[in-house]
Design a protein around this ligand. Sequence first.
Ligand code: CTP
Length: 432
Amino acid sequence: MSAVAGKRIVLGVSGGIAAYKAVEVCRRLMDGGAHVLPVLTRGATRFVGRATFDALASEPVRMSLFDEDDPIPHTTLGQTADCVVVAPATARVIGAYAAGISSDLLTATLLATRAPVVICPAMHTEMWEHPAVAANVATLIQRGVHVVGPEAGLLAGGDEGLGRLSSPGDIVAALGRILAQAANPPSETPDMVGLSVVITAGGTREPMDPIRYIGNRSSGKQGHAFADEAASRGAEVTIVTTVGRSGPPGATVVRVDTAAEMAAATTAAAADADMVIMAAAVADFRPVDPVGVKLKKRDGVPDVELEPTPDILAALGASKPEGQILVGFAAETCDVAANATAKLSGKGADYIVANDVTAENAGFAGDTNEVVVLASDGRMLPIGLRSKRDVARAVLDLVLADRKRRDGRQDPSSGGQEHSRYVSNTVSQEIQ
Ligand code: CTP
């Protein structure tokens, strides 16, 4: 899925000959599934017609602070945008933005947003290199504004040099990276730098024939939330997933379908990992002999023989390298604590994250979860209802705190008292 999909993107177009390329930027953003809101300056309309953007974008062109139905179009645009991109950005727009002057709808919107802003300058080399423009651009960069381009090449009037608008492809690619980064900001506590983490996500599908499969309702959201959280804390992440989603920036994503594929990919990646998190719902049974052609209704109810799939978590638990942390999950519909306790010891995991998948607002499809973490030393720690990302954060907080204490204990210079105090304080307390 494109990183711009579903994002509200204000496309500011100011008055330069490169304005015609903004039409292509608009079209590419629309193709990527973005919601594009074009804002043109009066100067822009000397180079491109507003009808072009009216026809291509998600909403009609806006140009004025005063002629719109909305009495405050700049704040509405600024507050609801996921990103504002200005392509081309003229020296005037850059200067007004840097100086905090709102002389039209576009500059007012730039000042009224807290979303990421991307400016794509285009002007003649002499203007780009003028100390005033250079200082304005430096000010904007210092304030966190992203600047894409300009490039060297052919300019208006047959001149050549630095100042040409970046290509629409490069602009849209940069926007995708910036939006992905904004969705997954680096953690304030990068406490997983140097740790490699393997995470599984989604539900495996075991084919009966080329069309049908045995599967489950897992959405992969909890596993992907672990990947996002671990990556934002600096971990080197490998996500083995059945879900067609991109991973966090920098992660290795391995797409699999079946339990056997997940077993092979996870076992290979886990060999050198510091932590393995088995969040996937792995099918327990698969058809022994999936047929190569569609099973036909006219042939009656198929007699599908099933066999167990490999238990990936149990295999990892049985061959766990020294120091590796193994986190399993338990999806239960009743007797959560008892079933999860059995899985903890039965599979050789250090932690089991257990949840009642039938509970309201918890389980597979939603964006929230409510779990209990069982640790191999007998602690049982509830994590109350919260977003899946926050569940991931709380579990990793716990695991990393334990790891730090364990490493501290191995260091003879630090006493073991802190650990026992922590255990007695946290049993049955909710993790914040
Ligand atoms: N798991 C696994 N391989 C399997 C089945 C499960 O690695 N073939 C892992 C899951 O990723 C999860 C844990 O084992 O981390 C528990 O999965 P769950 O479906 O809750 O339990 P099962 O082992 O399938 O046992 P049961 O069906 O009895 O609940």
